[in-house]
Design a protein around this ligand. Structure first.
Ligand SMILES: Nc1ncnc2c1ncn2[C@@H]1O[C@H](COP(=O)(O)OP(=O)(O)O)[C@@H](O)[C@H]1O
Ligand SMILES: [Mg+2]
Length: 246
């Protein structure tokens, strides 16, 4: 069963073609790492799948056309998390916004329990009653992950979720994701610059406006694919198979 079928998806911003005829098929339960240089259209691809930017082409989610897909199927951690850090809100309340469309000023006991459970799932119970303004970058990432998990999505879209997270936190993050995936049978698409994470994924999508490579890591992370995506191996040197480092 396919979680995601993308056919010839193209996105234009005015004259600028951000994505050109992207096609891919993602089986249910896959863990897809999306890599590519800055400006490659990685974030734009996730936003298109969420219906946040208009596109041409066809997308099916669990066999349904995107318009008919249940919004509750999706969990999303955006790349840039901006909010007014003086806004007097607690971590728990941010997580609960994953259950509703607007800020829940008064949570029902059930919503509170769901939000707490999601925080627990990412090892962040202790943060529940902290004001958002007092969280570190890594803690905020976790709270956003809990927010994405709170509705128990079938499809989890993560835009550089390890940004601002230290190495230990990063390993934890992958552990929580794997645990959730194993339990819920969910499919994960994760944009990352972490070469090691890409090597551990079930599939890698190398993107640079077009699909440069898609498949198992050892195939998609070939030197040729990476040279094509990044223009040179440069900082992507460690990414290709055989270029691993300690
Ligand atoms: N809303 C927008 N309007 C105009 N251009 C955009 C918009 N969003 C993204 N872009 C442009 O599209 C390209 C791809 O952006 P993005 O998907 O954010 O790249 P990535 O996430 O791979 O770094 C960039 O050149 C970016 O400036
Ligand atoms: Mg991006």
């Amino acid at each position: 069963m396919l979680a995601l079928e993308v056919q010839r998806l193209s996105v234009r911003f005015g004259e600028f073609q951000a994505l050109e005829e992207v096609s891919l098929e993602v089986p249910e339960g896959a863990f897809v790492a999306i890599v590519g240089p800055n400006g490659a259209g990685k974030s734009t691809l996730l936003k298109a799948l969420l219906g946040l930017v208009p596109f041409r082409g066809e997308v099916r989610v669990h066999g349904q056309p995107l318009e008919k897909a249940d919004p509750l199927w999706f969990g999303y951690v955006p790349q840039i998390k901006t909010f007014d850090r003086t806004f007097p809100a607690l971590a728990l309340e941010l997580v609960a916004t994953g259950l509703r469309r607007r800020w829940p000023f008064r949570l029902s006991p059930r919503e509170r329990a769901q939000a707490l459970e999601a925080l627990e799932r990412v090892g962040a119970s202790a943060l529940a009653h902290r004001p958002l303004g007092r969280l570190s970058g890594g803690q905020l990432q976790r709270v956003y992950l809990a927010r994405a998990l709170v509705r128990r999505p079938r499809l989890l879209l993560l835009d550089e979720p390890a940004t601002g997270v230290d190495r230990v936190g990063e390993v934890d993050l992958y552990r929580y994701l794997e645990a959730y995936q194993a339990e819920a049978g969910a499919t994960v698409l994760m944009i990352t610059h972490d070469w090691e994470a890409a090597h551990h994924a079930s599939h890698v999508l190398v993107l640079n406006r077009k699909v440069v490579g898609f498949g198992p890591p050892e195939k998609a992370l070939s030197e040729e694919c990476l040279r094509q995506a990044f223009g040179h191996l440069g900082h992507a040197h460690d990414l290709y198979v055989g270029g691993g480092h300690a």
